[in-house]
Design a protein around this ligand. Structure first.
Ligand code: PEP
Ligand code: MN
Length: 337
């Protein structure tokens, strides 16, 4: 961090400023020569707030040299982080495909979909039990009953499950029933929830909010990691733009950019990005080509009868067709599925 001083700062003010900065636990080095009047700060500046420092007497403005996220930053952790759950490793060479219904609707529905997606090659089962719906009149999910089905079906088919948590108060039951806890786009900045997830040992699939920057996504991951839980998987699921032809705009560039910014694995959800079943294939293939470590895909045995997001759900047959294409694209970029 570099502090640029006001032109008329006196030596006494400079000395006082350096003393205040030292008290904050960093080492200030004044560099004064001709027109240049700056203080370079060395040490851990992550706890310093530039907005507050800019109010100190003599300070003109602050320039941050390092990003505000530290634990998630590839600069301080060059190797890729691998997140393992059961016999599945996320972030390694094989791309991990998580598939399943938007909502868990019954034990039979989930079991049939799990059987089909596993046979195709999915390594993780997805399914929502607590659904964050735009309308309070839409299906809200089977809640705890849905989590029970997830656990039963997961055990029967030997697939780890990922499901979205919508409130802090459900944490205990999620820890008991699911293998990966999903934080949805709408909850990406629920900081109290993120802090509590930092105290668990469950992997967290953190989705990017639809109006959040990648830096904000990493600051949210930083909340989980600074609580002591380093098992975070990021997920790009489309952002809101002026375009209305798709449900969201899949930010494909988020994948290589995140891979450069952070060591954490990066997933892509082509289902919620495009919002239409016919768009899932091209977006999934683009994501793999761009370097995604995994995909989260909605699959339903009866999309027309689905209680949520049927329009963007693949049938098991279409999922199998996509899988074959994913293999080819993955091979082209030195990966496998
Ligand atoms: C989901 O995956 O079920 C979901 C609601 O996704 P998002 O948070 O990306 O909208
Ligand atoms: Mn959905």
């Amino acid at each position: 961090m570099i502090i640029i001083l006001k032109e008329n700062t006196s030596q006494a003010q400079l000395t006082k400023l350096c003393a205040s900065l030292s008290e904050l636990g960093v080492t200030p080095t004044p560099i004064v020569g001709g027109e240049v009047r700056v203080i370079a700060l060395a040490g851990d500046t992550t706890r310093l707030e530039p907005e507050r420092l800019s109010m100190l007497p003599g300070v003109e403005r602050i320039t941050c040299v390092h990003e505000p996220y530290k634990l998630t930053n590839r600069r301080f952790h060059p190797e890729d982080t691998l997140v393992s759950v059961g016999d599945v490793t996320i972030g390694a060479q094989p791309i991990v495909i998580a598939a399943g219904p938007c909502s868990v609707e019954s034990n039979e529905q989930l079991g049939a979909i799990a059987k089909a997606v596993k046979a195709t090659g999915a390594r993780v089962l997805r399914g929502g039990a607590f659904k964050p719906r735009t309308s309070p009149y839409s299906f809200q999910g089977l809640k705890t009953e849905g989590l029970v089905y997830l656990k039963e079906v997961a055990q029967e088919h030997g697939l780890p499950v990922v499901s979205e948590i919508t409130d802090l108060s459900y944490l205990e039951t999620f820890a008991e029933h699911v293998d990966i806890i999903q934080v949805g786009a709408r909850s990406m900045q629920n900081f109290e929830l993120l802090k509590e997830l930092g105290r668990t040992d469950k992997p967290v699939l953190l989705k990017r909010g639809f109006a959040n920057t990648l830096s904000e996504l990493l600051m949210s991951a930083e909340y989980v990691m600074s609580g002591g839980n380093g098992r975070v998987i990021l997920c790009e699921r489309g952002i809101r733009t002026f375009e209305t032809a798709t449900r969201n705009t899949l930010d494909v560039s988020a994948v290589p950019v995140l891979k450069r910014m952070t060591h954490l694995p990066v997933f892509v959800d082509p289902s919620h990005a495009g919002g239409a079943a016919w768009l899932v294939d091209p977006l999934a293939l683009a994501a793999v080509a761009a370097g995604a470590d995994g995909l989260l895909i909605e699959v339903h045995n009866d999309p027309a009868g689905a209680l949520s997001d049927g329009q963007q759900s693949l049938t098991p047959g279409r999922f199998a067709d996509l899988f074959a294409k994913l293999k080819a694209v993955a091979a082209a970029v030195g990966r496998s599925v």
